[in-house]
Write a protein that binds this ligand. Structure first.
Ligand code: KG4
Ligand code: ZN
Length: 337
């Protein structure tokens, strides 16, 4: 069974084809970074317009790259949410219409389920059950995953998501959008231990996250400094250390609390090399195995949507003729396979 996946929830247009037998046949990604850079962040209306321009040409590129025709497809999956409503509507309208024209089922996919399942595209995928740490621009969650669609939310962010805190702190330090990877790069020049930032919500039980205070802490530290390049690097370093350590503490708690020995880390922030290094150490300490997607599938992409769509279609799940766009959509509302 071959499924085309379309991702358009934010600032990346991604398309891919996943085959139940042969795996991922191809994927193409177009990033809107240049488009939004002048504004210092994603401008939703510009994002939608660019998805309109790019989605169909990308699908054509993918087909010629894979040597496939539309008639070789068995289903069309698209990101139905959560995300920017205009951006979602583009992928949803194109995906749903294409499926209708071809007489194929359409599968609305939950963006975070896509992220969560992305490590399954790797050579040694994790077995169920596992703990998933989902860290993206819009979410910070710890989830107990018993099977596809069986998601118990163990911890959630009470304010800014991790990626969002990275982006806002980076902006405050004068770094260009997208700030997360820029801040991570600057942190390498920071002096370890020059500043120590708090580890929010680690002094009380529970697995929820709060990162907006850390962003304010970084701002206050910056304002009290001489605002030179070394100050910025030191702040970036301290900020990243605090985030990484906080995430590691919560992951350890989740593993110990559930007794599980597999940890999946996914979403844009899982590309962060300091986070990977720290969680690999945690895995060794806790005798747990840690799984990540390959770097290009940490951030938004079509492959994870094609894969998740394929799994759901294989289980007989697909949608009626409506075009589904759900800007807010809880992972726990998904049906089990
Ligand atoms: O998963 P994603 O592409 O989009 C959402 O679903 O939100 O995640 C994007 C987020 C952004 O906030 C970006 O700054 C962050 O992931 N990010 C990083 C790194 N790479 C991407 N944050 C820290 N370090 C990185 N290397
Ligand atoms: Zn994402």
């Amino acid at each position: 069974m071959r499924v085309l996946g379309i991702e358009s929830s934010c600032d990346e247009t991604g398309v891919a084809i996943y085959d139940g037998q042969d795996g991922l046949l191809g994927h193409v990604l177009y990033s809107q970074i240049k488009l939004h850079a002048d504004y210092g962040g994603v401008v939703p209306e510009l994002a939608s317009r660019d998805h309109i321009r790019k989605t169909i040409p990308l699908i054509n590129q993918l087909l010629s790259q894979t040597g496939l025709a539309l008639s070789d497809l068995d289903g069309v999956a698209y990101t139905a949410g959560p995300g920017l409503v205009g951006a979602l509507l583009v992928g949803a309208s194109i995906g749903r219409s294409l499926a209708w024209t071809l007489g194929l089922p359409a599968i609305p996919v939950h963006h975070m389920e896509g992220h969560l399942l992305a490590p399954m595209l790797e050579a040694e995928p994790p077995a169920f059950p596992f703990i998933a740490l989902l860290v993206s621009g819009g979410h910070s969650m710890l989830i107990q995953v018993d099977a596809v669609g069986q998601y118990q939310l163990l911890g959630d962010s009470v304010d800014d998501a991790v990626g969002e805190a990275f982006d806002k702190t980076a902006k405050m330090l004068g770094l260009p959008y997208p700030g997360g990877p820029e801040l991570a790069r600057l942190a390498e020049q920071g002096r370890p231990g020059h500043y120590t930032f708090p580890r929010p919500m680690t002094d009380r039980p529970g697995l929820d996250f709060s990162f907006s205070g850390l962003k304010t802490y970084a701002l206050n530290t910056f304002n009290a400094s001489s605002k030179g390049d070394q100050d910025k690097a030191d702040i970036a370093h301290a900020f990243q250390e605090a985030v990484v350590e906080t995430l590691a503490i919560k992951c350890r708690r989740a593993l110990q609390q559930t007794g599980l020995q597999r940890l999946v880390v996914s979403g844009g922030v899982s590309a962060n090399s300091r986070l990977r290094q720290r969680l690999d150490k945690l895995g060794a300490d806790e005798r747990a195995r840690v799984y990540y997607p390959r770097l290009e599938f940490c951030t938004d992409n079509g492959a994870m949507i094609a894969y998740a769509g394929h799994l759901r279609l294989q289980a007989g799940q697909h949608a009626d003729v409506e075009i589904e766009a759900r800007p807010r959509w809880k992972l726990q509302e998904l049906e089990a396979l």
